[in-house]
Design a binder for this molecule. Structure first.
Ligand SMILES: Cc1ncc(COP(=O)(O)O)c(C=O)c1O
Length: 290
């Protein structure tokens, strides 16, 4: 696979795509990103990712030099240039370059990157045996401080520290609660529980990123006749459920089998989780071909 990246309108080798040291994303985390998967030479949920990306750009008031159609075509062109069957696309935009918070003082426009690589978030065997998860002491950012739908670079500081906490505990993931102590999400994934046969996930007002994989799994479950509920979930629910799993573009759908020192259900990936993993894998065939 040729290592290529689309950077400000040109496809170049990885090494030539350089963001200036005084870039606002470097100085202040002032940037927005998306992670998108390629399955079998098709880009999965491209429009859903681009829509979330442009909503974030509008919300933060970036001066974005490329419109939706240009970026849509550029992603497909770059995937073709990378000649990759299965992989991960990283779409990034920074506000621009210049010292000082004030966007009026920027010396250059946005830097936009489409990088194509491979990404395995968890060891392959975890998809069979399930992930061990610990509750992080760091909470998600409150939705009244920063809208959780905004997938901006700066908001990940706490998630990275929560991931370090999981690493220190020898766990695969960290569960993050919200300011009220309710379940929000993991560091890069949404969470689902199965309770009395109902598939339950925290409501979008819980301070979660409204994941595209989350929406996909909810849709697949409804189509399969599984009752779903977006609601408030507390840590108690993890002791009162029979199964749990995590979802995300990078994570895909992965079983979760313990929380802290307790088993979830019988501590093994359950039947509803396995059914949804298989429905999800089938659904990944529907992407945009390049
Ligand atoms: C904090 C967080 N939650 C959830 C998700 C899952 O979202 P999606 O399914 O859109 O990738 C991500 C993935 O980027 C994330 O960073």
């Amino acid at each position: 696979m040729p290592k290529v990246v689309w950077f400000n309108g040109t496809v170049t080798p990885f090494e030539s795509a350089v963001v200036p040291a005084m870039d606002h994303a470097h100085l202040y985390g002032d940037g927005i990103f998306e992670g998108i998967r390629i399955y079998d030479r098709k880009v999965f949920k491209l429009d859903e990712h681009l829509e979330r990306f442009y909503h974030g750009i509008n919300y933060m008031g970036f001066d974005m030099p490329y419109d939706y159609a240009t970026l849509h075509a550029a992603i497909l062109d770059t995937a073709r240039a990378a000649d990759i069957d299965n992989g991960y696309i990283r779409l990034n935009v920074t506000r621009g370059t210049g010292l000082g918070l004030d966007p009026k003082k920027l010396e250059s426009r946005a830097n936009v990157m489409i990088g194509i690589s491979t990404l395995a978030l968890y060891p392959p065997e975890s998809y069979e045996t399930g992930l061990h998860v610990v509750t992080a002491p760091i909470r998600v950012i409150s939705p009244d401080a920063l809208d959780p739908r905004l997938k901006c670079i700066g908001r990940y500081a706490g998630n990275i520290m929560a991931k370090q906490f999981a690493n220190r505990a020898g766990a695969g993931e960290a569960l993050m609660l919200n300011a009220q102590g309710n379940i929000a999400e993991c560091t890069g994934d949404n969470i689902f529980l199965i309770q009395n046969g109902i598939l339950r996930t925290p409501h979008s007002s819980s301070g979660i990123l409204k994941g595209i994989t989350r929406d996909t799994v909810l849709m697949l479950a409804k189509d399969a006749g599984i009752q779903t509920e977006e609601t408030t979930l507390t840590p108690f629910d993890l002791s009162a459920c029979s199964e749990a799993f995590l979802t995300g573009t990078a994570a895909e759908v992965i079983p979760m089998v313990t929380i802290d020192d307790r088993l979830i259900g019988d501590g093994k990936p359950g039947p509803v989780t396995k059914q949804l993993i298989s429905l999800f894998r089938e659904h990944t065939k529907i992407g945009t071909a390049f």
